[in-house]
Design a protein around this ligand. Structure first.
Ligand SMILES: [Cu+2]
Length: 848
């Protein structure tokens, strides 16, 4: 049922509007507070004039050049007036009079232009705040915080419990050597769905809040990774090892992700021990000093058990991306031993040739047998720099909601008049949303990112080897602070994220998530009629968005979940940041475009997989495919002619094998989950999954690592939902893709999907052939893909007809009247200044 009471009439808030702020008026507008009667105390400075200037509302809308022209009308007063007063007065008196005259004239002009004559305040009032709008929001449906990430207190409490239970040998993960025992991560353990729904829908007590800890046991006789469930929170009393239950056996130690300590150790080994062994070469090619850095690739070897990684060597550039400055040297480092002292460079590669060891390379160089490419170190003004090339101009448009935000964020729960949901950042898989309800009715239990994959090509070992499964690094763990006004709208709600990984204590990413409502600048719908009847009807397109950004080495992925007023959910990601490049040599251009003097932008694909646990009018759902087909028919009124008649085709897909659509196959254009309820027109209430996608299959199935990302075979696969199949991937797949811990295709085993709780696994992505315009950064424009979840006969009509933002007027109405058209209320209702908080940034270090 729609709750109309949530929509006020006259008091309905106005959709966010976009305003172009007046151009910056320069430093004089940023003022110290006014002293009383500054005119009496002299000397008179720019700031005194500016103070009066700032009091005048009109002045705020005058450009700096206009303002300057007013202050100093040509010819410049100091010269012009100075000549006049020179005879009678001394200079100081002349200046005093000049300033008084200017201020008087200015004040008069100001009064004339504003026409306010003291009747109204001289500065616009502040826009209403959230508190006055509270009654507009739906209540948050989950006070028990079933899906909310663990708080710092909870994380600390789990860590304390584990320390107590696992004994004194536990070493802080930030310090732990591979041969130590350490807690790698702690995060929320999701409750079973049945228990969660029993609580949310039927008032059963909430399931216990639990944590999942990943522990590296490097000190045990059989080093291994263990997964432990700890509960109940906030005061843990039990610990359960779930490793075997989840993975069918113990997790070999070599599958573990690299801790930052391991990265640090490898990096130190390269810079302190490896590079000095080719110092002759490096002095010749690369102005060798402490100016070279290494960058990882993955996977790390060629068979299960390997932990040997190709590292590319790059020039470090202060304040700019080193990723664009390869020097031609790449090293294969075996870091599998538990004792870092035993780590070795197994192979070296320089400018197209492989060498058995660094010594062999250096001897070849000394013998004149190495073709050295001398590369000047890039300056901080290199093309890779993101520093502005020009001074700031007029500010870009700013959006604000004239009557305050139309959504409410409480912890990780978001409520708007239409939507409620809970957001979370899973350490490894990243952004996810739970218990998504539209107009109070749940449409999805979970929509979550699962994995991000990039597969590269190239003619150097690091490039040709690179197949990143970013969940192993952690899309949540590597989420980064969102910069106000750039990464999200200035007035978005910014939310910190507490986490525990790679360190023994909780840390915080400031502003890790943002929530905002945006006016899309395009009507959600509109129609103009001047045939038979004269009217206009329209609705501004608004959308409520939750965003996080993961910076995974060079790349930045922008993850969005967007909620539209018609019940549609839009899931998308954009890629930006630096490309991963390779040293250009030989036939490099078969693998990409040259993007710098010695830089090849290597060809690659981006793909991401999402879990979509829709509950369409309940948990029992069916997958229905619809498309169209032409059928030859005699023309009914002229049977000697034949026509091609378009008709609808419809098929209910009964089994998982029918519901898996590989890339390259023909996929029905309408695929939706249907319920056993019908709408007023007798159609089954459904939600359609509509990808916007340019992906292909990421790897041929002949590849010995393809099974580690076999979700990538399918544009869409629908399976029975099971608590035991929570994810399409495993964080352990990256470091052992040859024997993947989780092979997604195992989910597709021809079970029935008719009338079951279903999950759709959706893959979207695109091919990226980096080009000149990827320098310095890949742009979000054109590099975004995703999918829509859209109501399909779910309602009896478009639910956005209930929106208080709707505009409708007829020819006999005066559309300028606020009673007729809410948009015309805007000049009055929006005559307030948005409460712009000071600019903030979350900094460059995770806060302890
Ligand atoms: Cu790319």
């Amino acid at each position: 049922m729609k709750d109309r009471s949530l929509y006020g009439s006259a008091q309905a808030p106005v959709a966010p509007v976009s305003v172009s702020p007046p151009p910056p008026a320069g430093p004089p507008l940023v003022l110290p507070s006014l002293r009383p009667s500054p005119l009496l105390s002299g000397p008179y400075t720019f700031s005194h004039i500016s103070a009066v200037w700032q009091l005048c509302p009109v002045a705020r809308h005058i450009t700096p050049s206009t303002a300057l022209a007013w202050r100093y009308p040509p010819p410049h007063p100091p010269f012009y007036l100075g000549l006049t007063v020179h005879v009678a007065m001394n200079l100081r008196t002349a200046l005093v009079l000049l300033v008084i005259s200017i201020i008087t004239i200015f004040a008069l002009v100001c009064v004339l232009l504003t026409g306010r004559g003291g009747g109204r305040p001289s500065s616009p009032p502040q826009c209403p705040t959230l508190t006055t709008q509270k009654n507009l929001f739906r209540p948050h449906p989950d006070p028990s915080r079933l899906f909310s990430d663990l708080s710092r207190e909870e994380l600390a409490s789990v860590m304390g419990f584990l320390t107590q239970r696992l004994g004194s040998g536990l070493v802080d993960a930030s310090l732990a050597k591979p041969s130590d025992n350490s807690v790698y991560s702690v995060q929320l353990q999701l409750p079973p769905k049945a228990a969660a729904l029993a609580h949310l829908d039927r008032g059963a007590p909430p399931p216990p809040r639990e944590a999942l800890a990943i522990v590296f046991f490097g000190q045990q006789a059989q080093p291994n990774v263990s997964e432990l469930v700890v509960g109940p929170l906030p005061n843990p009393a039990y610990l359960r090892d779930v490793t075997v239950e989840r993975h069918g056996g113990p997790l070999p130690y070599y599958k573990r992700p690299l801790s930052s300590k391991e990265f640090e150790e490898v990096s130190r080994m390269i810079s302190e021990h490896a590079l000095p062994r080719v110092s002759g070469l490096l002095h010749r090619c690369c102005y060798y000093k402490e100016n070279l850095v290494s960058m990882t690739t993955a996977p790390r070897g060629l068979r299960s058990g390997d932990r040997a990684t190709w590292f590319g060597i790059y020039y470090n550039v202060s304040g700019a991306g080193f990723y664009l400055h390869p020097v031609g040297l790449e090293l294969l480092v075996d870091h599998g031993a538990l004792d870092p002292a035993q780590w070795r460079v197994q192979r070296a590669f320089y400018n197209g040739r492989y060498y058995e060891s660094l010594e062999v390379l250096e001897r070849a160089f000394e013998g004149g047998r190495v073709e050295v490419v001398e590369i000047a170190p890039p300056s901080s003004k290199a093309p890779s720099s993101l520093r502005p090339r020009v001074s700031p101009g007029a500010l870009p448009p700013l959006q604000f909601s004239p009557q305050g935000p139309r959504y409410h964020v409480q912890g990780s729960q978001v409520a708007s008049p239409l939507w409620t949901f809970t957001f979370s950042l899973e350490l490894f898989s990243g952004l996810r949303i739970f218990d998504i309800r539209f107009q109070g009715e749940r449409v999805a239990y979970e929509v979550s990112l699962q994995e991000a994959l990039t597969i590269y090509g190239g003619n150097s070992p690091a490039a040709m080897m690179t197949r990143y499964l970013d969940g192993n690094f952690g899309m949540g763990l590597f989420s980064t602070p969102l910069t106000r006004g750039v990464d999200c709208p200035y007035l978005a709600t910014y939310v910190d994220w507490d986490f525990l990984a790679d360190s023994g204590a909780p840390r915080t990413v400031r502003d890790a998530l943002c929530i905002f409502e945006q006016n899309q600048g395009i009507p959600l719908r509109r129609h103009y009629s001047d045939i038979f009847s004269y009217y206009y009807g329209g609705l501004p397109g608004t959308v409520l968005v939750v965003r996080s950004v993961s910076t995974l080495l060079n790349y930045d992925y922008v993850w969005d979940m967007a909620f539209h007023p018609n019940g549609a959910i839009e899931v998308k990601f954009h890629a930006t940041g630096y490309i991963s490049s390779a040293f250009l040599f030989g036939a490099g251009r078969r693998y990409g475009n040259r993007v710098g003097e010695h830089t090849l932008g290597t060809i690659h694909t981006h793909a991401a997989n999402f879990k979509v646990d829709l509950d369409v009018a309940g948990q029992e759902n069916w997958l229905v495919a619809e498309d169209m087909a032409f059928e030859p028919r005699p023309v009914p009124w002229s049977p000697e002619h034949e026509m091609q008649l378009m008709q609808l085709t419809q098929k209910t897909l009964e089994r998982e094998d029918q519901a898996a659509f590989p890339f390259g196959s023909t996929t029905p254009r309408y695929l939706y989950l249907a319920s056993n309820q019908t709408n007023a027109w007798g159609h089954r209430r459904g939600y359609r999954i509509q990808p916007i996608n340019f992906a292909g299959q990421p790897l041929p199935q002949e590849s010995d690592i393809e099974r580690a990302c076999s979700w990538g075979r399918y544009q869409l696969a629908v399976t029975q939902r099971k608590d035991e199949e929570p994810s399409s991937t495993s964080l352990y797949n990256q470091n052992d893709p040859w024997t993947p811990t989780l092979n997604f295709t195992d989910f597709i085993n021809n079970e029935t999907i008719a009338g079951k709780d279903l999950v759709a696994w959706v893959t979207v992505g695109f091919l990226h052939i980096p080009h000149a315009e990827d320098i310095p950064n890949t742009l979000t424009v054109g590099n975004g893909v995703g999918f829509f979840l859209r109501p399909y006969n779910f309602f009896n009509e478009d639910p956005s007809v209930q929106s208080p933002d709707a505009v409708y007027f007829q020819s006999d109405q005066d559309a300028r009247l606020c009673e007729v058209n809410p948009v015309s209320c805007l000049p009055e209702m929006a005559a307030c200044a948005p409460d712009l908080p000071d600019f903030t940034h979350g900094g460059f270090r995770r806060e302890p």
